[in-house]
Structure formats: structure tokens, C-alpha cells
Design a protein around this ligand. Sequence first.
Ligand SMILES: C=C1C[C@]23C[C@@]1(O)CC[C@H]2[C@@]12CCC[C@@](C)(C(=O)O1)[C@H]2[C@@H]3C(=O)O
Ligand SMILES: O=C(O)CCC(=O)C(=O)O
Ligand SMILES: [Fe+2]
Length: 371
Amino acid sequence: MHARLSDAFKSHPVNLQLKHQDFNSLHELPDSYAWTNNDDHYPSFLTSFGADDSVPVIDLSDTNALKLTGHACKTWGVFQVTNHGIPQKLLDDIESAGKSLFSLPVQQKLKAARSPDGISGYGFARISSFFKKLMWSEGFTIVGSPVDHFRQLWPQDYDKFCNIIEEYEKEMKMLAGRLMWLMLGSLGISMEDIKWAGSKGEFKGASAALQLNSYPACPEPDRAMGLAAHTDSTLLTILYQSNTSGLQVLREGTGWVTVPPMPGALVINVGDLFHILSNGLYPSVLHRAVVNRTQHRLSIAYLFGPPASLQISPLSKLVGPSHPPLYRPISWNEYLGTKAKHFNKALSSVRLCAPLNSLVDVNDHNSVKVG
Ligand SMILES: C=C1C[C@]23C[C@@]1(O)CC[C@H]2[C@@]12CCC[C@@](C)(C(=O)O1)[C@H]2[C@@H]3C(=O)O
Ligand SMILES: O=C(O)CCC(=O)C(=O)O
Ligand SMILES: [Fe+2]
């Protein structure tokens, strides 16, 4: 059976109230958006001020990139890349397309609303249903062609926006393939080990989603939450955050660390499925987005994964008598359904055996230790 990614939520509909606020009309933070430490699974008091620990930056043209990638994945689960080959003009174009989308009137955006059991369209982040408070953000998810939704949003010039998305997805897919080989290569895995990568190792049948996130300026940023802490269900995610700060990652022993925007750089994070593939060697990093008082922030995430119904399991080369498989096989489709049901317990729900040293399970975020 070849399920498509867009079918992932058919059996897990989520009824988020879609009467979206017009954020610009709010000059005070309504109670429904005011988070206290009780509302957050990973509270803000973990924030590390001026920590000397910073997210690795890797120049992809560096001859040492493979080794640096392996080290970054193992120790952080996140890194920034420069010299990645994505033209700045394309990054600028997608950013202005995103700005144009979110600045449409609310009623217009709602014409392209995501349906409760759908994957594509306008709405709150899917994980919103796990929290009592609302997040200070709106999103637009694209899986497959955006043409039907874009025609609703921009009846006159939807074509122009479709072309930008198409070009962006094409470039991102190539970059994701390169990053996959760096991440796999750093584990000693080669093309012959990954059958679904195709004869040229181009990951032809891969699935992906594009997520545009918008975080309006917020009257009380310290009490609001842009996007609550989560891991991505992906193999890897490529995030463009332009020049506005907001992304934070949780670092064991340190707390929340800001990923500083760097001109033209892209943020790469390990997702849950790569964590499974690596048999737990690479952690899928817990991250969130915070908001600020003066600037609107836009981020664009390319969520890359395997063919939707392909079973993903720990790579046989990484499994042996002293390294039993930590996770059962699962497809991306099934995993998205599991995430929709269990959220931050999704990974542990597919885990086969308890970690040897159960005090140190980098992906058991229920037992995060802060030093
Ligand atoms: C393929 C997907 C991953 C994602 C759910 C989605 O269907 C499309 C949006 C993705 C996103 C982006 C914001 C955070 C997140 C947890 C969410 O609610 O929607 C992720 C989902 C994920 O990685 O699980
Ligand atoms: O906006 C950000 O910096 C984070 C976005 C994100 O985590 C996501 O889209 O999955
Ligand atoms: Fe994310």
C-alpha cells in the first residue's frame, strides 16, 4: 500500500478552533495567549543567559565537513550551514512570498484553512491541541501542489507564488540529499546501505513538507510562546530564519540556547526519524520559537523525510550484540499519526527497550537534566 504523506492525519483529525485572531489588533496579551511555567512542558527558567556554548556552524565547502557534521549531530543534534549553494535571491523570494501570505486579511487566509484531517493549508501549528494556551503564531503547510490554496489566496497572481515554492522545494530537496549523505557518511553508512536512496543516491522518492511560520510582534513577549518546544518528526529539517532571532534549542546541562541568525545561513536539525535510523546515536533536538516586542518574524522550515509508507528502522550496520535495535520499524505516515496522538511521548512509544543507562537518554525529554 502506498499511502501519501497528505493522508497521515486522516485517522487523527484535530479540531483546532480556526477563528484566528488578527494579531495586529491586539495591544495587550489576552489571557488565552499568556503562558505560565505550568503551561509549558519545558519551562523558560531553563533559559541560559550568555552561555559560552554555541550551536556549531559548518562551512559545507570545508574539506572537514563530514567530520564536523558527525560531531555536531552527535553533540547537539543541530547546526548551521554556510556555503550551502541556495541562491540568496531564492531565500529573499520565499521570504517575501511568506510575508505577502501572512499579511492578507484573516478572512482571506481562512479560505485556505487546513482541514481537521488534512496536512496542507493555513492554521495553528498542529501541536497546539496539546496545550491549554494559544501560541503567538500562524502557519501555512504545503505538501504537494499549493495551487488550489494559492488560487484562493491570490486569485490574480497565484502562479508567481507557485513558481517560487516549486523552485524552493527543488533546491531544498537537493540540499537535503547532500546533508543526508554527510550525516549518514559520518556514521560510516554508504549508498549501498540505503536502498531507497536510488541508484544515484538522490533520494528520489523522499517526501517533504514546507512549513511557513509567522510570529507577529508581541506586546508581552516574555509571557507569550511563538511555537512550543517540540522535536520534528523528520529525518532532517532545513530552517531559514532570515535575520530575526527567535529559535532556541534545549541543551542538556545548559538550558535554552538561542540559535543566532547569520546572514544567508540555514539551520539544520536532526529529526525523530534520523534518531531512529541512527539507533539513538544522533539526538533529535528539542526546539521552540520565542517572540519579540518590535519585530515580526518569519521562518521557513523544509521538513524532509523518507517515502511516506517506507518502514524506517535502525540501520543494520549500527545494530549488533552490544547495540540492540532501540526502535521498532515505523513509516513516516504512521509516525506522524503517533505524534498526533502522543506528541512528546511519540518516540518513547516506538522504543523497544529501555536505555542501558536510563538516566542519560538524550531523547527522553521527560527527564531533561539541567546543570
Ligand atoms: C510533516 C509534518 C511535520 C509537522 C507536521 C507536518 O504534517 C507538517 C508541519 C510540521 C510541523 C511544523 C511545526 C512544528 C510541528 C511539530 C507541527 O505541529 O507541524 C511539525 C510537525 C512534526 O515535525 O511533527
Ligand atoms: O520558527 C522557528 O524558528 C522554528 C520553526 C520550527 O521549529 C518548525 O517549523 O518546525
Ligand atoms: Fe520544528
